[in-house]
Design a binder for this molecule. Structure first.
Ligand SMILES: NC(=O)c1ccc[n+]([C@@H]2O[C@H](COP(=O)([O-])OP(=O)(O)OC[C@H]3O[C@@H](n4cnc5c(N)ncnc54)[C@H](O)[C@@H]3O)[C@@H](O)[C@H]2O)c1
Length: 264
């Protein structure tokens, strides 16, 4: 479909050094976009960026740091000659029963998942709105989770941060529209994908005694999923390409489940 062609677009993907973010960066590049990978990982990130080809690059970014965001969006705009797609994908998950919550782990998840996404929207808007250094509008895609739509044990705080990402998305879309920024804002609710994070979660909920084994935890997720399997990186990456593209031009302030039906 020609409308999925992202030739001439310029994308920044946070957490793009591995996992879902890497897959999203690769899919956006394959659709024709220039892509900047933005991540904490100064070893893996440049390797991924290098493999993406012409006018792509890596910028170091801690999504919890406001000044770092300002520098990263400037750098990315310079590297690519524009910025019109920002994917706020970076996130962390620290599994815990509520009775055992560690305030430091709660704060860390709030900072990366919620503050990091809020700052990502802020700096995307500043760059893309009329008069900004990129200035031609665009698209923001926030990565929430199926965890924002179901009650899975062991991930209460993570789930709460992802519900927050969902709400940030709606208000951001409204502000962008009201203030004429020309930026669509949507979010994605991925189902469980066996990346480092997804596989770690299955191990953790088994360790906490919520399931007999990691395999049993995975089996329970598959059982809840009408499509009858776990998610794959490309499932999420293709959805990001769609939301970034003109095929999604009238989709705004929405949350797209990409979970095989698990969260319905
Ligand atoms: N894997 C799943 O099952 C799943 C399901 C639903 C949602 N998600 C969400 O998808 C996103 C990607 O998950 P993943 O499975 O690829 O995880 P992952 O742990 O494999 O990768 C996360 C990436 O984010 C980067 N990162 C972490 N903190 C950062 C920070 N402060 N600043 C910049 N980069 C940072 C890491 O370096 C890493 O490259 C996350 O937001 C996650 O919550 C994942």
């Amino acid at each position: 479909m020609a409308q999925l062609d992202l030739t001439g677009r310029h994308a920044l993907v946070t957490g793009g050094a591995q996992g879902l973010g890497e897959g999203m960066a690769r899919a956006l590049a394959a659709a024709g976009a220039s892509v900047v990978v933005a991540d904490l990982q100064d070893d893996l990130g440049p390797e991924v960026a290098e493999s993406l080809g012409h006018r792509s690059g890596f910028v170091h970014l801690d999504v919890t740091d406001d000044a770092n965001w300002a520098a990263a969006t400037d750098q990315a705009t310079g590297i690519m000659g524009g910025l019109d797609i920002v994917v706020n994908n970076a996130g962390i998950e620290i599994t815990s029963l509520i009775v055992d919550l560690d305030p430091a782990a709660v704060r860390k998840q709030l900072e990366v998942n919620l503050l990091g996404t809020a700052l990502g929207i802020k700096h995307a808007f500043r760059a893309m709105r009329p008069g900004g250094p990129a200035g031609t509008g665009g698209v923001v895609i926030n990565v929430a989770s199926v965890a924002a739509t179901i009650a899975f044990p062991g991930i209460a705080v993570y789930s709460a941060t992802k519900s927050g990402v969902d709400r940030l998305t709606r208000v951001a879309a409204m502000e962008s529209g009201k203030l004429g920024y020309g930026v669509r804002v949507n979010c994605l609710y991925p189902g469980l994908v066996p990346t480092a994070m997804g596989a770690g979660l299955a191990d953790d909920v088994a360790r906490l005694g919520l399931f007999g084994s990691p395999e049993e935890a995975v089996g329970a997720v598959v059982e809840l999923t009408p499509s009858g399997r776990l998610g794959e990186v490309t499932d999420m990456a293709d959805a990001v390409v769609f939301l970034a593209s003109d095929a999604a031009r009238f989709i705004n302030g929405a949350g797209l489940p990409v979970d095989g039906g698990m969260g319905m």
